[in-house]
Write a protein that binds this ligand. Sequence first.
Ligand code: ASP
Length: 339
Amino acid sequence: MKSKLLLLYTGGTIGMHKNSSGELIPFDFNDLLRHIPELELLPYEIDHTAFEKPVDSSDITPGHWVEMAQTIYEHYEDYDGFVVLHGTDTMAYSASALSFMLENLNKPVVFTGSQLPIGDLRTDAKENIITSLEIAGSYENGIPLVPEVSLYFEYKLMRGNRTVKISSEHFNAFASPNYPVLCEAGVELEFYKERILPYKKDLFRIFTDMDNRVVILKLFPGISRDYVQAVLQIPDLKAVVLESFGSGNAPRLKWLVEELEKAISSGIKIVNITQCLEGSVAPERYETGKHLKEIGVISGGDMTTEASVAKISYLLGKGVSDKTFRRVMGQSLRGEITE
Ligand code: ASP
């Protein structure tokens, strides 16, 4: 029996064309498929569906995450794997969000896109789509090889919630700085099974009540009290992803500590991650990091900004207690953090 795969087109460069003033805008999905007759040659039964209005991924909202999760949920039993075509700009956010929203996922969900539109002669779209479909359809003894949310780009399959977009020009546009790739596409597809989340038999379900009352606060030398105050006084703010320096360090300015402490005692959760592309926060290493821990800032370990926003929205949405939130932030729910 052929594997059945569902291709979900949400938008992005992959399916864009130039309008009369030369700007790239998303086009109709059937036009996109017309450019890849090779799909017929794959040993899978491939169906497709699309957002009613495909979007440039810079326009993606948490509402679109829900739409993606619901589409997968509605078709879950009918397909062996799913490929989500998505713009590259915010694909790491969507892949991170979906990794939490799809609970007990035990089928492959592969995000991909491209840097050049499918109609462009030098496009990277074909390889990305075709290999993503192959990965989504890869099973061994009835068990999928990658039963998790992943992101495929330029010969590499990465865990979705470990990815970051690193280039707006190169075909090699994504990296997974703190976790090794799950599969490499060379002459053969080489799966690194020991790095892939285990297959589980629990009942698949989706969680769609993501709470997006979270902001990102990036530190920089010269950051002002007014700026920090303005952020922390956002009405109804629930959490802050604090992008600190190096291994989780922040200036030891008295006013900064006061503002953070005030926010924490008013119930705002502050999660410390590094603004470095690679590595983890280690709050004990420097005096400049230790004081954050002492006032109750939570360590986000080696999570990316994208995964932190997604995980926080997920936990806030679940309404977990402060104690549970603090504990779970440091635990791996979907392989998003190194414990
Ligand atoms: N702006 C586009 C998007 O994210 C870029 C891309 O797809 O590569 O939708």
